[in-house]
Design a protein around this ligand. Structure first.
Ligand code: TPP
Length: 254
């Protein structure tokens, strides 16, 4: 952690992510964006649900945080924002929390275009509880609850949120560091609902079951899989097999 970001961390709290967890990188990139925008962190509220990713703001950020019920982060954030519209309100939570358990809150907050920034840490499983399948788990992937492979298609969170009416929608991996920092900055500057799907490796639960190697191998594999949407336009469907399209899908912030 660079010295200048330490000021944003709660004193005396040690980061306790698993070895190789991408959430540690994501935490840092979010703080970089806040730092670069020179936002006073005391003017912000961070809201999270339950899960590993929900720990990114709480207990780690030295700021106002609400660590809420599983799936209900967006509902709490909406209430806080209604009470104090000036509060820059950011939700940071996992894919299971935001898209599965809290999926309806996600859809309807996007539909109402509530002025929130939501960062969804997508590690493709419910990591905290032992690596169960969730709606973003790739088809065929092994999890604790799909020992023969996930039979279902994963949901495309960006398409879902975009269709519901969000102003800003983007997907980046934690390996696309500068693009992700930039995206968080744009999301924070957006008036209306902004959503970032941040792809973050989970070596201990997801990687281990899918034989994806060491943390460094998972990061390398993400680098190889992520294609910017502008580049994807020139690739055939054959060339796009197994790739993840990243970039900004809606950008209403001008
Ligand atoms: C109402 C309720 N149901 C289930 C749980 C158990 N639970 C805790 S965390 C979690 C999964 C979180 O998954 P995700 O949001 O993807 O976060 P990750 O741990 O993967 O970062 C579940 C099912 C709970 N705490 N409360």
């Amino acid at each position: 952690m660079a010295r200048d970001l330490k000021q944003y961390l709660r004193p005396g709290v040690t980061l306790s992510f698993c070895p190789g967890c991408g959430d540690r990188i994501l935490l840092r990139l979010i703080l970089r964006a806040i730092d670069e925008l020179k936002i006073d962190i005391d003017d912000m509220l961070f809201v999270s649900g339950i899960g590993c990713a929900a720990w990114i703001p709480s207990p780690y950020f030295n700021a106002d945080t609400l660590h809420t019920l599983h799936g209900r982060a967006i509902a709490f954030a909406t209430g806080a924002k209604m009470f104090n519209p000036k509060l820059k309100t950011m939700v940071i939570s996992g894919d299971g929390d935001l898209a599965d358990i809290g999926g309806n809150h996600l859809i309807h907050a996007a539909r109402r275009n509530i002025d929130l920034t939501v960062i969804c840490a997508n590690n493709m499983n419910y990591a905290m509880t032992g690596g169960q399948v969730c709606s973003t788990t790739p088809q065929g992937a092994f999890t604790q609850t799909t020992p023969q492979g996930n039979p279902y298609r994963p949901i495309d969170l960006c398409k879902l949120v975009q269709a519901a009416g969000a102003t800003y929608v983007a997907r980046y991996s934690v390996t696309q560091r500068f693009a992700l920092i930039n995206s968080v900055e744009r999301a924070l500057q957006t008036r209306g609902f902004s959503f970032i799907e941040a792809l973050t490796p989970c070596p201990v639960q997801f990687g281990r079951r899918n034989q994806l190697g060491a943390p460094a191998d998972m990061l390398k594999s993400l680098v190889g899989k992520c294609v910017m949407k502008e580049d994807a336009e020139n690739l055939s469907s054959e060339e796009l097999k197994g790739k993840i399209i990243t970039g900004e899908f809606s950008d209403g912030c001008g």
